[in-house]
Write a protein that binds this ligand. Structure first.
Ligand SMILES: [Fe+2]
Length: 458
Protein backbone atom coordinates (compact mmCIF):
# COMPACT_ATOMS: atom_id res chain seq x y z
CA UNK A 1 0.00 0.00 0.00
CA UNK A 2 2.71 2.39 1.08
CA UNK A 3 4.65 1.46 -2.02
CA UNK A 4 1.58 2.19 -4.11
CA UNK A 5 1.26 5.68 -2.66
CA UNK A 6 4.96 6.32 -3.21
CA UNK A 7 4.73 5.07 -6.78
CA UNK A 8 1.70 7.23 -7.40
CA UNK A 9 3.48 10.23 -5.90
CA UNK A 10 6.50 9.52 -8.08
CA UNK A 11 4.25 9.33 -11.11
CA UNK A 12 2.55 12.59 -10.17
CA UNK A 13 5.92 14.22 -9.70
CA UNK A 14 7.06 12.96 -13.08
CA UNK A 15 3.90 14.28 -14.71
CA UNK A 16 4.29 17.63 -12.97
CA UNK A 17 7.88 17.80 -14.13
CA UNK A 18 6.80 16.91 -17.64
CA UNK A 19 4.13 19.57 -17.58
CA UNK A 20 6.62 22.36 -17.01
CA UNK A 21 9.61 21.10 -18.99
CA UNK A 22 10.17 22.98 -22.20
CA UNK A 23 10.10 21.29 -25.56
CA UNK A 24 12.85 21.54 -28.12
CA UNK A 25 11.15 20.06 -31.13
CA UNK A 26 13.35 17.75 -33.14
CA UNK A 27 11.10 18.08 -36.14
CA UNK A 28 13.27 18.46 -39.24
CA UNK A 29 12.64 18.16 -42.91
CA UNK A 30 14.76 20.72 -44.66
CA UNK A 31 17.81 22.57 -43.51
CA UNK A 32 19.56 23.54 -46.73
CA UNK A 33 19.93 27.21 -47.54
CA UNK A 34 16.86 28.76 -49.06
CA UNK A 35 17.08 30.71 -52.28
CA UNK A 36 15.17 33.72 -53.51
CA UNK A 37 12.63 33.23 -56.22
CA UNK A 38 14.02 34.50 -59.56
CA UNK A 39 12.97 37.95 -60.66
CA UNK A 40 10.94 36.47 -63.51
CA UNK A 41 8.89 34.28 -61.11
CA UNK A 42 5.12 34.52 -61.41
CA UNK A 43 4.72 36.10 -58.00
CA UNK A 44 6.82 39.09 -59.06
CA UNK A 45 4.93 39.75 -62.29
CA UNK A 46 4.36 43.40 -63.15
CA UNK A 47 0.63 43.97 -63.69
CA UNK A 48 -0.34 44.48 -67.32
CA UNK A 49 -1.28 47.86 -68.74
CA UNK A 50 0.63 51.07 -69.25
CA UNK A 51 1.86 52.57 -65.99
CA UNK A 52 -0.30 50.11 -64.06
CA UNK A 53 -0.22 50.58 -60.28
CA UNK A 54 1.95 47.87 -58.76
CA UNK A 55 3.12 46.92 -55.27
CA UNK A 56 -0.24 47.95 -53.81
CA UNK A 57 -0.34 47.79 -50.04
CA UNK A 58 -2.42 49.20 -47.21
CA UNK A 59 -1.87 49.95 -43.55
CA UNK A 60 -3.92 51.75 -40.95
CA UNK A 61 -4.06 55.49 -41.60
CA UNK A 62 -5.07 56.32 -38.06
CA UNK A 63 -5.09 54.42 -34.78
CA UNK A 64 -8.35 52.50 -35.16
CA UNK A 65 -8.90 52.03 -38.88
CA UNK A 66 -11.31 54.85 -39.75
CA UNK A 67 -8.51 55.85 -42.09
CA UNK A 68 -6.49 53.57 -44.35
CA UNK A 69 -3.29 54.53 -46.17
CA UNK A 70 -3.00 53.08 -49.65
CA UNK A 71 0.45 52.89 -51.25
CA UNK A 72 1.52 51.85 -54.73
CA UNK A 73 4.19 52.40 -57.35
CA UNK A 74 3.93 53.54 -60.95
CA UNK A 75 6.94 52.75 -63.09
CA UNK A 76 6.51 54.56 -66.41
CA UNK A 77 5.51 58.02 -65.33
CA UNK A 78 4.13 59.87 -62.36
CA UNK A 79 0.45 59.29 -63.12
CA UNK A 80 -2.37 60.10 -60.74
CA UNK A 81 -2.14 59.95 -56.94
CA UNK A 82 -5.93 59.82 -56.62
CA UNK A 83 -7.74 56.92 -54.96
CA UNK A 84 -11.46 56.50 -55.49
CA UNK A 85 -13.33 54.40 -52.97
CA UNK A 86 -16.76 53.36 -51.81
CA UNK A 87 -18.89 50.53 -50.49
CA UNK A 88 -19.70 49.17 -53.93
CA UNK A 89 -17.20 48.20 -56.62
CA UNK A 90 -19.42 49.81 -59.22
CA UNK A 91 -19.86 53.06 -57.34
CA UNK A 92 -16.64 54.52 -55.95
CA UNK A 93 -18.26 57.70 -54.70
CA UNK A 94 -15.45 59.16 -52.65
CA UNK A 95 -12.03 60.34 -53.72
CA UNK A 96 -8.83 61.17 -51.88
CA UNK A 97 -5.75 62.87 -53.24
CA UNK A 98 -2.40 61.41 -52.29
CA UNK A 99 1.18 62.41 -52.87
CA UNK A 100 4.13 60.75 -54.49
CA UNK A 101 7.88 60.70 -54.12
CA UNK A 102 10.93 58.99 -55.58
CA UNK A 103 14.20 58.19 -53.95
CA UNK A 104 17.69 57.34 -55.14
CA UNK A 105 19.80 54.60 -53.61
CA UNK A 106 23.33 54.52 -55.03
CA UNK A 107 22.74 53.56 -58.70
CA UNK A 108 19.01 52.86 -58.29
CA UNK A 109 16.14 55.28 -58.77
CA UNK A 110 12.77 54.18 -57.51
CA UNK A 111 9.51 54.35 -59.40
CA UNK A 112 6.90 56.93 -58.42
CA UNK A 113 5.81 55.87 -54.94
CA UNK A 114 2.30 57.03 -54.11
CA UNK A 115 0.67 57.26 -50.69
CA UNK A 116 -2.94 58.25 -50.24
CA UNK A 117 -4.88 58.15 -46.97
CA UNK A 118 -8.61 57.43 -47.15
CA UNK A 119 -10.39 59.06 -44.23
CA UNK A 120 -13.86 59.06 -42.71
CA UNK A 121 -14.28 55.30 -43.01
CA UNK A 122 -16.80 53.36 -40.95
CA UNK A 123 -15.68 50.47 -38.79
CA UNK A 124 -16.23 46.85 -39.83
CA UNK A 125 -17.16 47.89 -43.34
CA UNK A 126 -16.01 46.58 -46.69
CA UNK A 127 -14.65 49.21 -49.08
CA UNK A 128 -13.57 48.95 -52.67
CA UNK A 129 -10.80 51.21 -53.87
CA UNK A 130 -9.12 51.96 -57.16
CA UNK A 131 -6.15 53.91 -58.45
CA UNK A 132 -4.25 54.45 -61.69
CA UNK A 133 -6.72 56.90 -63.22
CA UNK A 134 -5.64 58.24 -66.60
CA UNK A 135 -3.77 55.07 -67.48
CA UNK A 136 -4.48 51.61 -66.09
CA UNK A 137 -7.01 51.39 -63.27
CA UNK A 138 -6.81 48.57 -60.73
CA UNK A 139 -9.46 47.88 -58.10
CA UNK A 140 -9.04 46.20 -54.70
CA UNK A 141 -11.00 45.95 -51.46
CA UNK A 142 -10.51 45.81 -47.71
CA UNK A 143 -12.65 45.58 -44.59
CA UNK A 144 -12.01 48.08 -41.83
CA UNK A 145 -11.48 46.67 -38.33
CA UNK A 146 -14.35 46.82 -35.85
CA UNK A 147 -14.75 49.69 -33.42
CA UNK A 148 -12.39 49.17 -30.48
CA UNK A 149 -14.44 47.39 -27.83
CA UNK A 150 -13.54 44.92 -25.07
CA UNK A 151 -15.18 41.86 -26.60
CA UNK A 152 -14.62 42.61 -30.28
CA UNK A 153 -13.15 39.44 -31.84
CA UNK A 154 -10.30 39.70 -34.31
CA UNK A 155 -7.86 37.35 -36.00
CA UNK A 156 -4.29 38.50 -36.54
CA UNK A 157 -1.66 36.81 -38.66
CA UNK A 158 1.86 36.89 -37.24
CA UNK A 159 4.69 36.90 -39.76
CA UNK A 160 8.32 37.89 -39.39
CA UNK A 161 11.48 37.99 -41.48
CA UNK A 162 9.61 36.99 -44.61
CA UNK A 163 11.99 37.70 -47.49
CA UNK A 164 11.19 36.40 -50.97
CA UNK A 165 12.33 32.80 -51.22
CA UNK A 166 10.24 29.79 -52.19
CA UNK A 167 9.78 29.23 -48.46
CA UNK A 168 8.54 32.82 -48.08
CA UNK A 169 5.94 32.05 -50.71
CA UNK A 170 4.90 28.96 -48.76
CA UNK A 171 4.59 30.99 -45.56
CA UNK A 172 2.40 33.59 -47.22
CA UNK A 173 0.24 30.95 -48.92
CA UNK A 174 -0.30 29.17 -45.60
CA UNK A 175 -1.23 32.41 -43.90
CA UNK A 176 -3.69 33.22 -46.65
CA UNK A 177 -5.25 29.77 -46.26
CA UNK A 178 -5.67 30.38 -42.54
CA UNK A 179 -7.40 33.67 -43.18
CA UNK A 180 -6.49 36.42 -40.74
CA UNK A 181 -7.93 39.93 -40.85
CA UNK A 182 -4.63 41.83 -40.52
CA UNK A 183 -0.97 40.97 -40.15
CA UNK A 184 1.33 41.94 -37.33
CA UNK A 185 4.63 41.97 -39.22
CA UNK A 186 7.71 41.63 -37.03
CA UNK A 187 10.27 43.26 -39.29
CA UNK A 188 12.74 42.32 -42.04
CA UNK A 189 10.67 42.61 -45.18
CA UNK A 190 12.52 42.17 -48.48
CA UNK A 191 16.15 41.35 -47.65
CA UNK A 192 17.16 43.49 -50.63
CA UNK A 193 20.25 44.43 -48.65
CA UNK A 194 21.58 40.89 -49.09
CA UNK A 195 22.26 41.74 -52.73
CA UNK A 196 25.24 43.70 -54.05
CA UNK A 197 24.61 47.44 -53.77
CA UNK A 198 21.45 46.60 -51.78
CA UNK A 199 19.73 45.95 -55.10
CA UNK A 200 16.54 47.92 -54.51
CA UNK A 201 14.79 46.10 -57.32
CA UNK A 202 14.29 43.45 -54.64
CA UNK A 203 12.26 45.98 -52.63
CA UNK A 204 10.03 46.27 -55.71
CA UNK A 205 9.77 42.52 -56.29
CA UNK A 206 8.96 41.90 -52.62
CA UNK A 207 6.11 44.39 -52.72
CA UNK A 208 4.70 42.73 -55.84
CA UNK A 209 4.98 39.35 -54.12
CA UNK A 210 3.00 40.30 -51.00
CA UNK A 211 0.44 42.47 -52.81
CA UNK A 212 -1.95 39.51 -53.00
CA UNK A 213 -2.45 39.83 -49.23
CA UNK A 214 -1.48 43.34 -48.19
CA UNK A 215 -3.59 45.08 -50.86
CA UNK A 216 -6.64 43.51 -49.18
CA UNK A 217 -5.86 43.76 -45.47
CA UNK A 218 -3.65 46.06 -43.42
CA UNK A 219 -0.24 44.88 -42.34
CA UNK A 220 1.19 46.56 -39.25
CA UNK A 221 4.88 47.19 -39.86
CA UNK A 222 7.78 46.79 -37.47
CA UNK A 223 11.22 47.97 -38.62
CA UNK A 224 13.95 45.31 -38.61
CA UNK A 225 17.68 45.50 -39.19
CA UNK A 226 17.18 44.66 -42.88
CA UNK A 227 15.22 47.91 -43.19
CA UNK A 228 18.27 49.96 -42.16
CA UNK A 229 20.01 50.00 -45.58
CA UNK A 230 22.75 52.03 -43.91
CA UNK A 231 25.76 51.71 -46.21
CA UNK A 232 28.31 54.54 -45.95
CA UNK A 233 30.55 52.76 -48.49
CA UNK A 234 27.84 53.49 -51.08
CA UNK A 235 27.27 57.01 -49.77
CA UNK A 236 23.99 55.85 -48.21
CA UNK A 237 24.11 57.29 -44.73
CA UNK A 238 20.41 57.89 -44.01
CA UNK A 239 19.08 54.80 -42.19
CA UNK A 240 15.75 53.31 -43.33
CA UNK A 241 15.64 55.28 -46.59
CA UNK A 242 13.85 52.68 -48.78
CA UNK A 243 11.60 51.56 -45.91
CA UNK A 244 10.29 55.01 -44.99
CA UNK A 245 9.70 55.92 -48.61
CA UNK A 246 7.68 52.76 -49.17
CA UNK A 247 5.95 51.81 -45.91
CA UNK A 248 4.18 54.59 -44.01
CA UNK A 249 2.92 54.02 -40.46
CA UNK A 250 0.26 55.98 -38.52
CA UNK A 251 2.80 57.23 -36.01
CA UNK A 252 1.55 60.80 -35.79
CA UNK A 253 -1.93 59.60 -34.86
CA UNK A 254 -0.26 57.67 -32.04
CA UNK A 255 1.53 60.74 -30.69
CA UNK A 256 4.90 59.45 -31.86
CA UNK A 257 7.57 61.56 -33.51
CA UNK A 258 9.11 58.87 -35.72
CA UNK A 259 7.56 56.21 -37.98
CA UNK A 260 9.41 53.39 -36.22
CA UNK A 261 7.51 53.35 -32.92
CA UNK A 262 3.75 53.86 -32.63
CA UNK A 263 0.55 52.12 -31.65
CA UNK A 264 -2.78 51.09 -33.11
CA UNK A 265 -6.04 49.98 -31.54
CA UNK A 266 -7.60 47.14 -33.49
CA UNK A 267 -10.86 45.65 -32.18
CA UNK A 268 -10.03 44.56 -28.60
CA UNK A 269 -6.25 44.89 -29.00
CA UNK A 270 -3.92 47.75 -28.26
CA UNK A 271 -0.80 47.04 -30.31
CA UNK A 272 2.43 48.86 -29.50
CA UNK A 273 5.23 48.76 -32.07
CA UNK A 274 8.74 49.34 -30.72
CA UNK A 275 11.90 50.13 -32.66
CA UNK A 276 14.90 47.93 -31.94
CA UNK A 277 17.12 50.12 -34.14
CA UNK A 278 16.18 53.56 -32.87
CA UNK A 279 17.38 55.03 -29.59
CA UNK A 280 15.47 53.74 -26.55
CA UNK A 281 17.69 54.76 -23.64
CA UNK A 282 16.38 56.91 -20.83
CA UNK A 283 15.14 60.35 -21.97
CA UNK A 284 15.13 59.44 -25.66
CA UNK A 285 11.98 60.14 -27.71
CA UNK A 286 11.03 56.46 -27.86
CA UNK A 287 11.51 56.03 -24.11
CA UNK A 288 9.40 59.10 -23.36
CA UNK A 289 6.69 58.03 -25.80
CA UNK A 290 6.46 54.48 -24.40
CA UNK A 291 6.20 55.73 -20.84
CA UNK A 292 3.27 57.96 -21.77
CA UNK A 293 1.71 55.22 -23.87
CA UNK A 294 1.75 52.60 -21.12
CA UNK A 295 0.71 54.89 -18.29
CA UNK A 296 -1.72 57.27 -20.02
CA UNK A 297 -3.04 55.92 -23.27
CA UNK A 298 -3.62 52.20 -22.77
CA UNK A 299 -7.16 51.50 -21.54
CA UNK A 300 -7.73 47.80 -20.88
CA UNK A 301 -11.45 48.43 -20.36
CA UNK A 302 -11.71 49.35 -24.05
CA UNK A 303 -8.86 47.29 -25.51
CA UNK A 304 -8.14 44.43 -23.07
CA UNK A 305 -5.37 42.84 -25.13
CA UNK A 306 -2.03 44.61 -24.86
CA UNK A 307 0.45 43.36 -27.45
CA UNK A 308 3.96 44.66 -28.06
CA UNK A 309 5.87 44.15 -31.30
CA UNK A 310 9.60 44.50 -31.78
CA UNK A 311 12.18 43.04 -34.09
CA UNK A 312 14.97 41.84 -31.82
CA UNK A 313 13.64 39.44 -29.13
CA UNK A 314 14.31 39.89 -25.42
CA UNK A 315 13.95 36.18 -24.64
CA UNK A 316 15.77 34.11 -27.22
CA UNK A 317 17.51 30.83 -26.48
CA UNK A 318 18.90 30.41 -29.98
CA UNK A 319 22.60 31.12 -30.49
CA UNK A 320 21.60 33.15 -33.52
CA UNK A 321 21.37 36.82 -32.43
CA UNK A 322 21.84 35.63 -28.86
CA UNK A 323 21.27 38.48 -26.34
CA UNK A 324 21.00 41.20 -28.98
CA UNK A 325 17.72 42.32 -27.42
CA UNK A 326 19.20 42.46 -23.93
CA UNK A 327 19.77 46.21 -23.65
CA UNK A 328 16.19 46.98 -24.62
CA UNK A 329 14.91 44.34 -22.20
CA UNK A 330 16.88 45.94 -19.38
CA UNK A 331 15.42 49.31 -20.34
CA UNK A 332 11.76 48.37 -20.67
CA UNK A 333 10.92 44.96 -19.16
CA UNK A 334 9.71 46.31 -15.82
CA UNK A 335 7.37 48.72 -17.57
CA UNK A 336 5.84 45.89 -19.57
CA UNK A 337 5.39 43.69 -16.50
CA UNK A 338 3.88 46.58 -14.53
CA UNK A 339 1.51 47.20 -17.43
CA UNK A 340 0.57 43.49 -17.54
CA UNK A 341 1.32 43.18 -21.23
CA UNK A 342 -0.25 40.03 -22.68
CA UNK A 343 2.14 39.21 -25.50
CA UNK A 344 5.48 40.35 -26.84
CA UNK A 345 6.09 39.35 -30.45
CA UNK A 346 9.50 39.53 -32.09
CA UNK A 347 11.27 38.33 -35.20
CA UNK A 348 14.97 38.50 -36.13
CA UNK A 349 15.84 34.92 -35.12
CA UNK A 350 14.99 32.58 -37.98
CA UNK A 351 13.25 29.89 -35.99
CA UNK A 352 10.28 29.63 -33.65
CA UNK A 353 10.16 29.93 -29.88
CA UNK A 354 7.41 30.49 -27.32
CA UNK A 355 8.21 31.42 -23.74
CA UNK A 356 6.31 30.96 -20.49
CA UNK A 357 5.29 33.90 -18.36
CA UNK A 358 8.68 34.73 -16.88
CA UNK A 359 10.34 37.99 -15.97
CA UNK A 360 13.84 39.07 -15.07
CA UNK A 361 13.23 42.30 -13.24
CA UNK A 362 14.58 41.63 -9.77
CA UNK A 363 18.25 42.13 -10.59
CA UNK A 364 19.70 45.41 -9.34
CA UNK A 365 23.43 44.78 -9.92
CA UNK A 366 24.18 44.02 -6.25
CA UNK A 367 21.62 41.36 -5.30
CA UNK A 368 22.66 38.62 -7.72
CA UNK A 369 19.05 37.84 -8.73
CA UNK A 370 19.75 37.56 -12.42
CA UNK A 371 17.75 34.44 -13.26
CA UNK A 372 14.39 34.78 -15.05
CA UNK A 373 11.59 33.66 -12.73
CA UNK A 374 7.92 32.74 -13.22
CA UNK A 375 5.73 35.82 -13.05
CA UNK A 376 2.01 35.79 -13.71
CA UNK A 377 2.08 39.48 -14.64
CA UNK A 378 4.69 38.92 -17.32
CA UNK A 379 3.96 38.69 -21.03
CA UNK A 380 4.43 35.58 -23.11
CA UNK A 381 7.34 36.14 -25.48
CA UNK A 382 7.05 34.71 -28.95
CA UNK A 383 9.88 34.76 -31.47
CA UNK A 384 8.55 34.20 -34.94
CA UNK A 385 11.30 35.29 -37.33
CA UNK A 386 10.62 32.12 -39.30
CA UNK A 387 9.05 33.59 -42.43
CA UNK A 388 11.57 31.84 -44.66
CA UNK A 389 14.06 34.40 -45.90
CA UNK A 390 17.26 33.86 -47.87
CA UNK A 391 19.48 33.58 -44.80
CA UNK A 392 18.05 30.17 -43.92
CA UNK A 393 16.94 28.56 -40.68
CA UNK A 394 18.55 29.20 -37.28
CA UNK A 395 19.13 25.67 -36.06
CA UNK A 396 21.40 26.12 -33.10
CA UNK A 397 19.55 26.33 -29.83
CA UNK A 398 21.32 26.74 -26.50
CA UNK A 399 21.44 23.68 -24.27
CA UNK A 400 19.94 22.96 -21.90
CA UNK A 401 16.69 24.66 -22.81
CA UNK A 402 16.16 27.45 -20.28
CA UNK A 403 13.22 27.16 -17.90
CA UNK A 404 11.40 30.08 -19.48
CA UNK A 405 11.35 28.48 -22.92
CA UNK A 406 8.16 26.46 -23.46
CA UNK A 407 8.56 25.36 -27.08
CA UNK A 408 11.16 25.94 -29.78
CA UNK A 409 11.64 24.54 -33.23
CA UNK A 410 13.84 25.36 -36.20
CA UNK A 411 11.22 25.42 -38.97
CA UNK A 412 9.69 28.09 -41.16
CA UNK A 413 6.09 29.07 -40.57
CA UNK A 414 3.59 31.65 -39.38
CA UNK A 415 1.12 32.00 -36.51
CA UNK A 416 -2.39 33.25 -35.99
CA UNK A 417 -3.83 34.93 -32.92
CA UNK A 418 -7.59 34.70 -32.64
CA UNK A 419 -8.92 37.03 -30.00
CA UNK A 420 -12.33 35.70 -28.96
CA UNK A 421 -13.37 38.18 -26.28
CA UNK A 422 -11.85 40.10 -23.38
CA UNK A 423 -10.67 36.96 -21.58
CA UNK A 424 -9.59 34.40 -24.18
CA UNK A 425 -7.41 34.27 -27.28
CA UNK A 426 -6.35 31.21 -29.22
CA UNK A 427 -2.80 31.24 -30.52
CA UNK A 428 -1.50 28.70 -33.06
CA UNK A 429 1.80 28.27 -34.87
CA UNK A 430 1.85 26.51 -38.23
CA UNK A 431 5.04 25.11 -39.70
CA UNK A 432 5.26 25.29 -43.48
CA UNK A 433 6.05 21.60 -43.90
CA UNK A 434 2.55 20.66 -42.80
CA UNK A 435 -0.72 21.66 -44.37
CA UNK A 436 -1.81 25.18 -43.50
CA UNK A 437 -4.43 23.92 -41.06
CA UNK A 438 -2.05 21.70 -39.11
CA UNK A 439 -1.05 23.19 -35.78
CA UNK A 440 2.46 22.57 -34.49
CA UNK A 441 2.18 24.61 -31.29
CA UNK A 442 -0.92 26.15 -29.75
CA UNK A 443 -2.06 27.72 -26.51
CA UNK A 444 -5.11 29.48 -25.13
CA UNK A 445 -4.04 32.77 -23.63
CA UNK A 446 -6.07 34.38 -20.91
CA UNK A 447 -6.01 38.12 -20.63
CA UNK A 448 -3.62 39.61 -18.08
CA UNK A 449 -6.07 42.34 -17.05
CA UNK A 450 -9.40 40.49 -17.08
CA UNK A 451 -8.40 36.89 -16.32
CA UNK A 452 -4.76 36.52 -15.23
CA UNK A 453 -4.74 32.73 -14.77
CA UNK A 454 -1.77 30.40 -15.18
CA UNK A 455 -2.27 29.88 -18.88
CA UNK A 456 1.25 28.97 -19.90
CA UNK A 457 1.62 25.43 -18.56
CA UNK A 458 0.60 23.62 -21.70
FE1 LIG B 1 16.57 40.75 -38.36
Amino acid sequence: MAFGVAARLALLFALATCAVAGVTSEYRRKLEATVDMPLDADVFRVPSGYNAPQQVHITLGDQTGTAMTVSWVTANEEGSSTVRYGRSAEKLEQAAEGRHARYDYFNYTSGFIHHCTLTGLSHATKYYYAMGFGHTVRTFSFTTPPLPAPDAPFKFGLIGDLGQTFDSNSTLAHYEANGGDAVLFLGDLSYADNYPLHDNRRWDSWARFVERSVAYQPWIWTAGNHELDFEPSLGETVPFKPFVHRYPTPYRAAGSTEPFWYSVKVASAHVIVLASYSAYGKYTPQWAWLQQELTKRVDRKVTPWLIVLMHSPWYNSNNYHYMEGETMRVQFERWLVDAKVDLVLAGHVHSYERARRFSNIEYNIVNGKATPAPNRDAPVYITIGDGGNIEGIANNFTAPQPAYSAFREASFGHATLEIKNRTHAYYAWHRNHDGAKAVADAVWFTNRYWMPTDDDHV
